[in-house]
Design a protein around this ligand. Structure first.
Ligand code: NAG
Ligand code: NAG
Ligand code: NAG
Ligand code: NAG
Length: 824
């Protein structure tokens, strides 16, 4: 009897706990791969060239039937495995992979993991944005456009670039299509199965022939339950600006005038101004999910885009998986297998090492650098001293020649101002009601960087608002010695203003101000004799020393897992301008209040570098339609520039603000893209899906079963080492003793050429090349053996390069990044 009672009590307790768990369990999004071939498997390597891909009838009955069958099998798997009502399927992925995504509880997800036929289950880690003058900077306007590709009128013609991003602002002049003399039929690429999804702010007419297709993916975002209908617009419309910026950088029309606050900044142009745009919106202002991004990649590949631009993605490495086998990387692999060139931002987590979020050899990871353009602005004090700063603003009234009373905001607080607001907010000029109108009016006011800017509760927009409300002649936003220097980006200010980001410059201004200000014995300012004016800040100068790798740009070495074990594969792959890029914006600008109302934004990020590479890839593809993605990537990588515009080695912004360090391949990859060389590289290195399999199967300490489950193919062949993958770089993270590596070149110059092989060896490594020279026939293939020996152990990576110099002036360069270690 007694035992009965006890067990009953246990049972009650158990039930009680169980219910707490089931009620309290939050749903999440899970990405699931299942066994069985996706439709793309039917096509296999016939897809590698665009030519054959175009012949493919996307809607063939067989493929359609197979896709439908897969979808049904996913539904059935869910029905038989999970509790009814406990899940919600978001997408079927049934083109490039066989899988789906589902919104459900961790308990249900665990059931799925164990279910028969399920290969992988991965939690959705979210996806983020990796927040023109550049064609001229890259030599397009004098070189490639004019001579090679039938002038700018045709640059990029016939190529479709897909953008997985925040959508597009379709009525922007960068995307207009209205040249009556040269009207190409809407969707001239008859094979491109464009779909134009209408919705708020996005009428059917938005797909005008320049924009050939526009879709949006929101099941994941909606499942998160945080969408705000006034900003998270359910149509391909871009409410952020980011997607429009990225699309116009790659494929925006040529020569679009950039006018902001009535000031003409020059003209902007995409890299491939005649390329077509296919929009796949997957990121919303309130949330971005990997599931929407993957659904977008699946669709873009199915549609047959030539190039995919991913200025978005997971912002951190996967927790329990190999970096190269995350769901995101698997999707990119299958997009590449289907013949799509994939450009991916390396991320904005620099300047520390091991910060790249691009890991795989099948996606081109793009790092960011500056251009030679800067927008200097200056403050002139009453004593004639001129102090440099940043801010896209006009001069203070009187063309900057008249001077105005200089006042420190802190000195003009109303008696009850500090009661209304914390002192920090007052110093930061965030609240006009705390400041004395009589003192502020017609003055140049000094506002100070403080805690609010660090925690995000203060912003420049509020300073401008305060300045307008109180009638400032201008504002000076200075660094705060307590916090040190800050990073200032040139935003367009609608009133005169300047940012002084260096604490040492701030000190000069404050010393002058103190000398000129009369204070009573309590220290209260009584009279202001200091004077200042703000000079024109909107006129560009071209004196910078580019390319300098941007501070924010994520860095290598590349790594295999969350423990940051290095991979023998170079990341980033390549460098492109991403610092202060002018391009199209969305006036709604819901994430950047300071850019609200503007049609153009001057913004920075590896997001901005990535579409430069996508656009150059379009130019190469236009000239060489049969080239595979790896040939295009190789053409860009072997022809880069690794010196700045003064002929000095590349530099990178380092950990200290405003400091420069010597740049290495882990900062700049192969170097700065050089389009006029890239369209005629002489030789290319090719690799395809089978090679990527061999690469994966040769990764150290990796169970072949894991690769088979992720990719769906067994490890039948593996390289001696991952560094054997035939790519235009050579990275060895632990060279012990000697190692021999091979690279294979294909002649694409259309002529016989003789190459001499030379090497700049890394410190501590002897390198021998065999053969030392070779003559390669038209379309010929040539192997080069690279023998490496450790001569002296080093404690950090050292760098060098292989240089092949052709008799027809082609130069093919391959960066070496080697860590020589002792044999133990
Ligand atoms: C389609 O574009 C090609 C150039 O790629 C052009 O020659 C042709 O006339 C265009 N067709 C139509 C119907 O506009
Ligand atoms: C939705 O966004 C609008 C515009 O930014 C904002 O005013 C509003 O407070 C937001 N609503 C919610 C519930 O967050
Ligand atoms: C940010 O800093 C300001 C100034 O110190 C403070 O008043 C405010 O409460 C802080 N806000 C947050 C969200 O921490
Ligand atoms: C590397 O070492 C091997 C064996 O020790 C030797 O035969 C070869 O000549 C060396 N190569 C170089 C480039 O030093």
């Amino acid at each position: 009897m007694l035992t009965m009672v006890v067990s009953l009590r246990f049972q009650l307790l158990f039930l009680f706990l169980f219910c707490i768990v089931c009620i309290g369990e939050e749903r999440d999004i899970y990405l699931v791969l299942v066994e069985g071939d996706p439709p793309v498997a039917f096509l296999q390597d016939s897809l590698v060239s665009l030519q054959s891909r175009k012949k493919l009838d996307q809607n063939s009955e067989v493929l359609k039937a197979h896709a439908k069958h897969l979808e049904e099998s996913h539904d059935q798997l869910l029905q038989t495995t999970l509790e009814e009502g406990a899940y919600n399927k978001l997408y079927t992925f049934n083109h490039i992979v066989n899988g789906f995504s589902v919104h459900t509880t961790p308990t249900q997800a665990n059931k799925l993991k164990k279910a028969h036929g399920v290969k992988l289950v991965e939690k959705d880690r979210g996806a983020k944005m990796m927040t023109t003058y550049t064609p001229k900077f890259l030599g397009l306007s004098e070189g490639v456009w004019t001579t090679e590709l039938g002038r700018v009128k045709n640059a990029g013609e016939g190529i479709v670039i897909g953008f997985v991003d925040t959508g597009i602002n379709p009525f922007h002049p960068s995307f207009a299509y209205d040249d009556p003399r040269d009207r190409y039929a809407k969707n001239n690429r008859t094979r491109f199965p464009g779909v134009c999804e209408e919705g708020p702010h996005f009428p059917k007419s938005a797909c005008n022939g320049k924009i050939v297709s526009a879709r949006f993916f929101s099941a994941g975002a909606q499942a998160r339950g945080v969408l705000n209908a006034s900003i998270d617009i359910l149509s391909p419309f871009d409410a952020v600006g980011h997607g429009s910026h990225v699309a116009s950088t790659a494929a925006g029309n040529h020569g679009v005038p950039v006018v902001v606050n009535g000031f003409y900044y020059g003209r902007a142009s995409g890299m491939a101004p005649r390329a077509r745009i296919a929009v796949y919106k997957a990121i919303y202002p309130s949330v971005g999910t990997a599931t929407d991004v993957l659904a977008a990649i699946d669709q873009a590949t199915k549609d047959g885009v030539d190039i995919l631009t991913l200025s978005i993605g997971p912002d951190e490495p996967p927790r329990n998986r190999l970096t190269v086998l995350s769901m995101f990387d698997i999707f990119m692999l299958f997009a590449r297998k289907a013949g799509v060139f994939v450009a991916q931002a390396v991320g904005n987590r620099g300047p520390g090492p091991y910060t790249t979020v691009s890991y795989s050899p099948w996606a081109v990871g793009v790092a960011s650098c500056n251009t030679d353009r800067a927008y200097p602005s200056s403050l002139v004090l009453g004593n004639g001293m001129k102090i440099g700063g940043i801010g896209l603003s006009g001069p203070s009234f009187g063309e900057g020649l008249l001077q105005y009373k200089l006042v420190l905001a802190k000195d003009a607080v109303l008696a009850d101002g500090n009661i209304l607001r914390t002192p920090e907010f007052v110093d930061e000029c965030q609240h006009p009601e705390a400041l004395d109108l009589v003192i502020m009016q017609r003055s140049v006011v000094i506002c100070t960087f403080s805690a609010g800017f660090l925690n995000g509760s203060s912003n420049i927009k509020a300073i401008i608002n305060t300045a307008r409300t109180l009638g400032f002649m201008g504002f000076v936003f200075v660094a705060n010695p307590t916090y040190g220097d800050f990073i200032a980006e040139p935003y367009p200010f609608s009133i005169p203003g300047i940012m002084i980001p260096k604490a040492s410059d701030t000190q000069i201004i404050l010393d002058y101000y103190e000398k000129q200000t009369e204070r009573n014995d309590k220290g209260v300012a009584m009279a202001y004799h200091g004077r200042a004016s703000i000079q024109e800040g909107r006129v560009a100068t071209y004196n910078e020393k580019p390319p300098v790798v941007s501070r924010f740009s994520s860095r290598g070495p590349n790594f295999l897992d969350i423990k940051r074990n290095p991979t023998d594969l170079l990341k980033p792959d390549i460098l492109a301008p991403g610092h202060q890029i002018w391009a199209a914006w969305s006036p709604m600008s819901v994430k950047d209040p300071i850019l609200k109302g503007y049609n153009f934004g001057l913004v920075s990020g590896t997001s901005m570098a990535t579409p430069h590479i996508a656009g150059v890839a379009a130019l190469i593809k236009q000239r060489n339609p049969s080239w595979s993605p790896s040939m295009i990537a190789s053409a860009m990588a072997t022809t880069t520039t690794t010196h700045d515009n003064h002929g000095e080695p590349l530099m990178a912004e380092g950990p200290e603000l405003y400091s420069l360090i010597r740049s290495t391949p882990f900062d700049h990859g192969a170097g700065l893209v050089n389009p006029s060389q890239a369209i005629d590289p002489g030789l290319v290195l090719m690799s395809g899906f089978e090679d990527y399999m061999s690469f994966l199967c040769s990764l150290p300490n990796t169970d072949p079963e894991i690769i088979k489950t992720a990719i769906g193919e067994a490890c039948t062949h593996s390289f001696h080492a991952p560094s054997d993958l035939n790519i235009p770089s050579l990275t060895i993270s632990a060279l012990a003793g000697s190692q021999s590596v091979r690279r294979t070149f294909k002649n694409v110059a259309g002529k016989v050429e003789t190459y001499v092989c030379a090497v700049v060896p890394p410190n501590g490594v002897a390198v021998e090349l065999h053969p030392p020279w070779f003559t390669i026939g038209r379309d010929g293939i040539q192997d080069l053996e690279v023998k490496l020996n450790v001569t002296q152990v080093q404690d950090t990576f050292s760098y060098g390069e292989i240089v092949l110099t052709g008799s027809l002036k082609h130069i093919v360069r391959i960066p070496l990044s080697i860590l020589p270690v002792s044999v133990l």
